[in-house]
Design a protein. Structure first.
Length: 360
């Protein structure tokens, strides 16, 4: 019985080592690959189509940046980002926006299909694009920055004012000297942090609006007050450039569209062009799953408790290895570790455990 359990433990350790090395090699070697594997050249100018569906994380940012670079290499006439997102990480959003702003190919962000949304980070991406388009029955906005596991900055201001009014109404009531610092200092610290995040987001989205000649005042309200607009209202408010039924209608309306790229006037000729869709490979799909905020938070908890359990029970091995893997994946998901470093860390951890296995 004891011998059987020992064999099972050895087998589990070896399985974990195999999984660990496979994950590390996938993340590290896969990061060196070119996005051109997912797209073939059509032999002429075409429209590169990249889809963003779901929360925006480091995997999405990497996939989109590589897709834009591939479009430039293939001399594409236009890049269309078909977007449906509830938002995502600020760092990933800024990475995507930098790729759009530095793109030599015009980028059109299209909130589609009908019923889709460009909430939070999606609103910033829409404002940064050379062309902002939406399908009917879609919406954008609610761009207030929200901390992971916390609340946004904008709603705190009315709450603070309400508390101040209540304090003025009850000013005659006696308070102890020990209670005054706790009630005044803590909310001030939280409000200052919230104002810092909100003001930074406002300045960022206003700069994008001014760059593209769009409604900067509404953009600020979307951040401070979490306002949202439907596609038709966004068109009337000069938040977007056009409303299109589908991708074919989008290309038809963009034919002859004039815009500026790197200080030069460019006229789009999209009539008759074919779409060249860049599909995410299995590696990107896997990284998108683990970089989902909910999954990333669960990985962080699993990593913490796995390492704690290993600390209380040295030699258990499985909780420690699982916890270490989960922790590294969570650090990548929160974009604390770049994908190259996360993959390299997993490979190094696997090598260390292999050496430990020989000693055991």
């Amino acid at each position: 019985m004891i011998k059987t359990m020992s064999l099972v433990a050895v087998s589990m350790r070896r399985v974990l080592l195999t999984v660990l090395l496979a994950l590390g090699c996938t993340m590290w070697l896969g990061a060196q690959e070119d996005a051109s594997e997912g797209a073939g050249s059509t032999g002429g100018r075409s429209v590169t189509l990249i889809a963003i569906d779901g929360a925006i994380g480091p995997a999405t940012a990497d996939f989109l940046a590589r897709g834009i670079a591939t479009a430039a290499e293939n001399n594409a006439a236009l890049v269309v980002i078909e977007m449906d997102t509830p938002g995502g990480l600020d760092s990933s959003m800024r990475e995507i926006i930098q790729a759009i702003l530095n793109s030599p190919v015009p980028v059109a962000t299209f909130v589609s299909p009908q019923g889709a949304r460009a909430a939070s980070a999606g609103t910033y991406i829409l404002y940064a694009s050379h062309i902002a388009a939406m399908a009917p029955a879609t919406n954008l906005g609610a761009a207030t920055p929200v901390a992971i596991g916390g609340s946004g900055g904008a709603p705190a201001a009315p709450a603070a004012e309400d508390e101040q009014d209540e304090a003025e109404d009850t000013d005659s009531e006696p308070e102890s000297a020990a209670d005054e610092p706790a009630e005044s200092d803590v909310p001030e610290l939280a409000t200052a942090m919230e104002r810092k995040a909100v003001n930074d987001a406002v300045a960022y989205i206003r700069s994008l609006a001014e760059l593209r000649g769009r409604n900067a005042d509404w953009a600020e309200r979307a951040v401070r007050l979490a306002e949202s607009l439907s596609s038709q209202a966004a068109l009337e408010e000069n938040v977007i450039d056009l409303v299109a039924e589908d991708l074919a209608d989008l290309l038809q309306q963009l034919d002859g569209w004039e815009l500026e790229i790197d200080g030069q006037d460019v006229t789009l000729a999209t009539a008759g062009l074919l779409f060249e869709r860049i599909e995410p490979d299995w590696r990107t799909q896997f990284l998108q799953v683990i970089s989902n905020p909910t999954v990333a938070y669960m990985l962080m908890l699993l990593g913490i408790y796995g390492l704690i359990f290993e600390g209380y029970n040295p030699g258990a091995i499985v909780p420690g290895v699982v916890g270490a893997i989960a922790m590294l994946l969570a650090l990548f998901s929160f974009q604390i570790l770049p994908i190259n470093y996360a993959g390299l860390a997993l490979i190094l951890l696997g090598i260390i455990l292999m050496f430990a296995e020989f000693l055991v």
